[in-house]
Design a protein around this ligand. Structure first.
Ligand code: XMP
Length: 608
């Protein structure tokens, strides 16, 4: 297809954010295309500018030297973020070192004017996630601003430029929503520096995709595993638009890890809107529980759940005579990048729709994934464009393995768990914020500077704790104590003193406890009018007994996000937290309640 739009190439160094950059460019009306670092110069033939993404590699150790440096001879502006910023500086003779880390929300203090910072305030909230830093600028470059994070010392060279060569670098990530005016920075690059014209339009996507589905499917039909979440619902509607309800077969599998009463509600909704003429339902909860068995490792659990989905799907498709249909999935872009699906992204966690058996089907062209390029916010936009009722489009995202990844399992205290060492490092920081600290003997998944991190949580407590104080404290702790990737505030009346691991696997009983707890939290958010404010709110069952608590720990994890690549903590009103604590402690099997106050990074949204 001839491209008549102005194009910017985004070189994907495997960071979590490269695709997000391209999406943001498209939103600004410019065609953003992803390029590989080793691509030949022809791949950059018509571009009006180049953006270098972040990367899990460390520029200080020269790990990503394999890219095509001939791009620097092209007469087009180049802008780098994070790792890309450091590469530009190195290219022209500056220095990068492995120095003080910065993770999370920071302030950019602008000290020098530039067209790339046009229209911005002197101090701008930005998002940082790096372990390397520029320590010396090349000749011809100037510092446009420095950064500060969580009351720490200033960090030089947060934004730099060489206006004559048209080379720019940001240590922070303007492409994530937490950089408040990131879009303005990107638009400055596109329109002030690269002289692009906006012409790319998103609203033709539904038509284009429907056409693509018809081409791929031919005269066959498709079979969609429809969980009822936003992605599979939008996918179902799009398939119906492309093929008609007669050729769309929906299968809803109750994997035993759904929310309270959810399966029945989902099936009824598809039926009443005639999304498909063939809606099938199967209760396979036994199969899933058996498959997970006594696995405690999150990746093993996910793999077992993912494989069971396929087994049940194959069994059901044989039973229903559907082998000749294609498999449709509502996979969205973060599902693939976070599984290491793009070439360089480090594996952060394996999503069930990217297990090997499905990868094989994808390679054989047997899978239809019309949403694979989109982020959640775009899926919702597409859903609205397709006329899907708001009640579906606005639902909180829910992971495929459902409550399975929110019901933590463990058989032993994590190796390397050294509460004394953690307390020595984190205790004084907590004390400075008027809080007490208790390290917890359990691991949960996180992401730091684009790498997967399976680290420990710290429980904080204070008689008069405040949201601002506790989140500030957590930010300072993550900066200083690398063994921790999560902080939770205990919502109990007394300071927590002891945390004991209660070995646990995935059982129907524990899933039921979590189902009731999750339902209480969801009802609480609705009661307080917060369902649309909070982006997602996992409720997590953690096999820990805190002090004399009569049951496990439940953690409430409300987040604000747009695309799940990063997340901030959603502040919940103290009144709601009080109500939830009382209600949860009344449920059998729950002995303590805590509030997760971790940004992503360093913690992922889900605990597993
Ligand atoms: P994390 O926990 O990585 O989650 O910050 C980002 C978003 O992805 C969802 N998620 C999943 N979705 N299968 C899914 O379909 C999975 O295995 C899975 N794991 C996480 C998560 O709920 C959040 O919205």
């Amino acid at each position: 297809m001839a491209n008549t739009h102005d194009t910017i190439a985004v070189i994907d160094f495997g960071g979590q954010y490269a695709h997000l950059i391209a999406t943001k460019l498209r939103r600004l009306g410019v065609h953003g295309v992803i390029r590989d670092p080793q691509d030949p110069l022809d791949a950059f033939a018509q571009v009006k500018g180049i953006i270098l993404s972040g990367s899990p590699a460390l520029a200080s150790q020269g790990e990503a030297t394999g890219y095509n440096k001939a791009i620097y001879d092209l007469p087009v502006p180049i802008l780098g973020f994070c790792f890309g910023h450091q590469e530009i500086v190195k290219q022209y003779g500056g220095r990068v070192e492995h120095r003080a880390r910065e993770y999370g929300p920071a302030d950019l203090h602008i000290t020098h004017g530039s067209p790339i910072l046009k229209g911005l305030d002197r101090v701008e909230p930005v998002f940082m996630s790096h372990g390397d830093s520029v320590v010396e600028l090349p000749r011809g470059f100037v510092e446009l601003g420095y950064s500060t994070l969580g009351g720490g010392p200033p960090h030089s060279y947060a934004a730099v430029a060489d206006e004559s060569r048209l080379r720019y670098g940001f240590q922070f990530h303007p492409e994530v929503d937490d950089t408040l005016h990131g879009e303005r920075m990107l638009s400055n690059f596109l329109f002030e520096i690269c002289a692009c014209r906006p012409s790319w339009r998103m609203d033709r996507f539904a038509e284009e995709q429907a056409e693509a589905i018809r081409r791929q499917v031919g005269d066959r039909g498709v079979f969609l595993l429809a969980s009822g979440g936003v992605d599979s619902t939008v996918c179902a509607w799009l398939l119906q638009k492309a093929l008609g309800p007669e050729r769309v077969h929906l299968l809803h599998i109750d994997n035993g890890m759904m929310r309270l009463g959810e399966s029945a509600a989902v099936v009824e909704a598809f039926r009443s809107h005639r999304v498909s003429d063939h809606i099938h339902f199967v209760d396979a909860s036994e199969d899933f529980l058996r498959a997970v068995g006594s696995a405690v490792d999150p990746e093993k659990k996910r793999l077992a759940i993912g494989n069971t989905f396929i087994e049940v799907f194959q069994r059901e498709s044989r039973r229903l005579g559907m082998e000749r249909y294609l498999l449709a999935q509502g996979t969205i872009y973060p599902d693939t990048v976070e599984t290491g699906g793009t070439k360089r992204a480090d594996t952060i966690k394996t999503h069930h729709n990217r297990v090997p058996i499905i990868e094989e089907m994808v390679a054989r062209g047997q899978v239809v994934e019309p949403l694979a390029e989109l982020y959640k916010v775009e899926v919702r936009e597409l859903g609205r464009a397709l006329g899907i009722p708001e009640a579906f489009v606005a639902r909180h995202p829910f992971p495929g393995p459902g409550l399975g990844v929110r019901c933590l399992c463990a058989d032993r205290i994590p190796s390397g768990y050294d509460p004394a060492a953690i307390l020595e490092a984190a205790g004084p920081i907590a004390a400075r914020h008027g809080l007490e600290a208790l390290p917890l003997p359990i691991r949960s998944v996180g992401v730091k500077a684009d790498l997967r991190a399976y680290d420990l949580p710290l429980m904080l407590w204070g008689e008069d704790w405040t949201f601002d104080g506790a989140t500030l404290c957590a930010g300072a702790i993550f900066k200083e104590v690398p063994a921790l990737n999560r902080c939770v505030v205990s919502l109990q009346k007394a300071a927590p003193r002891r945390a004991a691991l209660v070995p646990a696997t995935l059982t129907r009983e524990r899933l039921d406890v979590l189902r009731w707890a999750d339902d209480a939290v969801m009802r609480g958010l609705s009661r307080h009018g917060l369902m649309e404010v909070v982006w997602q709110c996992p409720t997590v069952l953690v096999p820990l007994r805190i002090d004399e608590g009569d049951g496990e720990l439940v953690v409430i994890r409300p987040v604000l996000s747009e695309r799940a690549m990063t997340a901030r903590v959603a502040p919940l009103p103290p009144k709601l937290l009080g109500e939830l604590t009382r209600e949860l402690l009344d449920l059998p099997g729950i002995g303590s309640v805590a509030y997760d106050i971790t940004t992503k990074p360093p913690g992922t949204i889900e605990w597993e």
